[in-house]
Design a protein around this ligand. Structure first.
Ligand code: EPU
Length: 335
């Protein structure tokens, strides 16, 4: 395995901005991972694990340590279980399961990035979350230097939350097993899907196609501008506080979280000028702006810097705090 020096990271991310990795390695096996982690430890370098680069913002100065790009590949199918290596494309996996008529992750169609990144984020969209199908996962424990199997209970999932957020930098995802079903039913609870399929429930292929179409209308074209999707997390509030906000803004939709009494408040609603609370349309920092078709999304034109994006994010945070008294935090990992 090769350890390279001064490798530009911008092309390896969907934002397409940021500097170089001082050291960089691509790993294709657990042994290579072990080897490169040992190198980083010996030299005392900070280490960063990169998947598809679809949820990260790299600093303009780059990363002063070792970036490890996970390129572990392979998908195995055993009846209703799909076991995929962390470096596989998430959406290629979804496409394969959908073509096989296996239900469970079709609403998570079109999300860029790798399987490993999807697990770390506990990705969620259109009423589904990855944690709903996760059966077990295999990780490399950097504390013990051993491979370990974690159960879905160990995964400790929540809204955009998992053990990987609570114990950052401890584990590297190697493989994940998802339990799918031949006899699923379409989840069209999400408003845009419910409207489309109000008369006839969709086939799994139609459902994937609809999700891809909805996404295409809400996210920028990565060939033209950079983005990492939603830049901020939606605030999660105790029910009482969420309802108080709704008293103030009667049109505000609320999204109760499963397995909790808390409520997810759609930050994009406040940032959407049409609701008369915050208008971000004239605010542009360098080449960075809030996306006009989905105001939770930051887009960065080709000439933007990471500093532009961070300054824009700061302005949004300030505005949201001053206008709605909400504390918001980035969903994107800032490196
Ligand atoms: N809304 C607006 N205008 C906007 C954006 C949102 O009015 O510009 C309101 C609408 O009322 C809508 C509600 O906010 O009903 C929620 O909006 P949307 O369904 O677009 O979802 P979101 O909460 O903004 C989340 C995820 C997305 C995921 C979508 C779809 C987070 C941080 N983001 O966004 O995930 O695709 O739901 O389910 O939870 C990502 O994480 O990068 C991501 C794109």
């Amino acid at each position: 395995m090769q350890i390279e020096e001064n490798i530009p990271l911008a092309p390896l991310t969907t934002f397409g901005i940021g500097g170089e990795a001082r050291f960089f390695a691509r790993v294709h096996s657990t042994n290579e991972l072990r080897e490169v982690l040992a190198f980083g430890k010996e030299k005392n370098f900070p280490t960063f694990i990169l998947g598809g680069g679809s949820n990260v913002l790299i600093d303009d100065a780059g990363f002063p340590g070792l970036v490890i790009k996970i390129e572990l590949l392979g998908v195995e199918e055993k009846e209703d279980m799909f076991v995929a290596a962390a470096g596989e494309s998430w959406d290629a996996l979804v496409e394969r399961t959908v073509k096989n008529g296996m239900w469970g992750i079709e609403n998570l169609s079109g999300i860029p990035g790798t399987v490993g990144g999807a697990v770390v984020q506990n990705i969620g969209a259109y009423g589904s979350a990855l944690s709903q199908t996760l059966e077990w996962l295999e990780v490399y424990d950097t504390h013990s230097g051993e491979e370990k199997r974690l159960t879905k209970e160990d995964y400790k999932s929540g809204y955009r939350d998992s053990i990987f957020k609570r114990e950052p930098d401890r584990y590297v995802v190697l493989r994940v097993a998802l339990k799918l079903s031949k006899t699923g039913t379409p989840d069209i609870s999400y408003k845009d899907l419910a409207l489309r399929f109000k008369d006839t429930p969709p086939s799994i292929l139609d459902l994937r196609a609809a999700v891809l179409e909805i996404r295409a209308g809400k996210f920028p074209d990565l060939h033209i501008e950079g983005t990492a999707g939603s830049f901020f997390k939606n605030p999660v509030l105790p029910a009482e506080e969420a309802h108080k906000l709704q008293e103030k803004y009667p049109e505000l939709p609320l999204f109760p979280l499963p397995e909790s009494k808390d409520i997810k408040v759609p930050l994009g609603w406040f940032l959407d000028y049409r609701h008369g609370v915050i208008d971000m349309r004239s605010i542009k920092v360098g080449g960075a702006r809030m996306y006009e078709k989905q105001f939770l999304v930051v887009v960065a034109e080709r000439n933007s810097s990471s500093r532009d994006v961070k300054e824009l994010a700061r302005l949004v945070q300030e505005k949201v705090k001053n206008t709605c008294n909400l504390n918001i935090e980035p969903e994107v990992r800032i490196v």
